[in-house]
Design a protein around this ligand. Structure first.
Ligand code: SF4
Ligand code: SF4
Length: 73
């Protein structure tokens, strides 16, 4: 099954991806720096992801790509 992979360099921390997820598998939890500001970024927060790709389609910055996660998840 495919899982979302994030290229945080272009992430603007808008949270649209997390809102788009139908199973609430994404949270704006990952802390990092965006320019000179500390900010939060999306990450998988549980094992509920069903690989639907809604988050990748919803992201306006093309941060999210769906990649095969393999059996180990
Ligand atoms: S692929 Fe679907 S289920 Fe998984 S995190 Fe993205 S929106 Fe949620
Ligand atoms: S929708 Fe895209 S830009 Fe917005 S928080 Fe999610 S990954 Fe970042």
């Amino acid at each position: 099954m495919k899982k979302p992979v994030f290229d945080y360099r272009n992430c603007v921390s808008c949270g649209i991806c997390a809102q788009a997820c139908p199973v609430s598998a994404l949270g704006m939890k990952k802390e990092g720096k965006s320019g000179k500001y500390r900010n939060v970024f999306p990450e998988l927060i549980n094992d509920d992801c069903i690989g639907c790709g809604q988050c990748a389609r919803a992201c306006p910055m093309e941060v999210v790509t769906m990649e095969e996660a393999g059996d180990a998840g």
